[in-house]
Design a protein around this ligand. Structure first.
Ligand SMILES: [Zn+2]
Length: 212
């Protein structure tokens, strides 16, 4: 009989390790919305879309409820691959700049098709626009806005080579609803307009086919 009890315990224990996240209660949700310091150290909340976790009191933008995961301590959040917020410092330590920039980069890579500004990005990644701009540039050598442009132009190149989509549609697909601005940016970054780039890549393709 004692064996069975032990096994039962172990199962519950393993289950907890695999799934530390708890249900979000109304009380906890209210604490997050109200930045309630009384709940600090009682629980932590992580946001799936950004990969960041916070103290309940954090003044960062209120996340979408469905993206929130609740943890009873910081170690669990870290173990689930969330990183501590730069603003409220849930582990009471500074997030190293390189890790913060990794986080920002990942967010851009996943969300470049959406409207992104330095301000909205800073808000989402929990820092001031000025500080984010400087830190990103220090580590990556380019600014966050330049990085967003680079990601968009690269995605556009793929669309131009691999699809027959119209230029205006491609602009929208890469997060730039303003087609004339997209064309200007593309030319600035590649030296060619999107149409020229597409023609060139077709010619190169034919060339390599002829050689074969
Ligand atoms: Zn925070």
């Amino acid at each position: 009989m004692p064996d069975r009890i032990n096994n039962g315990h172990r199962e519950i224990h393993n289950h907890r390790i695999l799934n530390d996240a708890e249900m979000i209660t109304d009380v906890k949700w209210q604490a997050i919305i109200n930045n309630d310091t009384a709940y600090n150290n009682q629980f932590f909340y992580a946001v799936k879309s950004t990969g960041i976790f916070c103290k309940p009191s954090c003044k960062s933008r209120v996340p979408k409820k469905e993206n929130v995961r609740i943890f009873s301590n910081a170690e669990q959040a870290l173990r689930a691959n969330f990183r501590p917020c730069k603003r409220c410092k849930p582990t009471n330590e500074n997030l190293p700049d390189t890790e913060w920039v990794d986080l920002i980069t990942e967010y851009i890579d996943k969300n470049f098709t959406e409207r992104l500004t330095l301000e909205s990005l800073a808000n989402i990644c929990h820092g001031s626009p000025y500080h984010m701009h400087r830190t990103f540039k220090k580590i990556k050598g380019i600014t966050p806005v330049e990085y967003i442009q680079e990601v968009r132009v690269n995605a556009a190149k793929n669309y131009l080579i691999q699809t027959k989509k119209a230029i205006g549609d491609i602009a929208i697909c890469v997060g730039m609803a303003n087609a004339p601005y997209f064309i200007t940016l593309f030319k600035k970054k590649t030296g060619q307009t999107p149409t020229q780039f597409r023609q060139m890549s077709k010619m190169e393709e034919k060339d390599s086919e002829n050689k074969e």
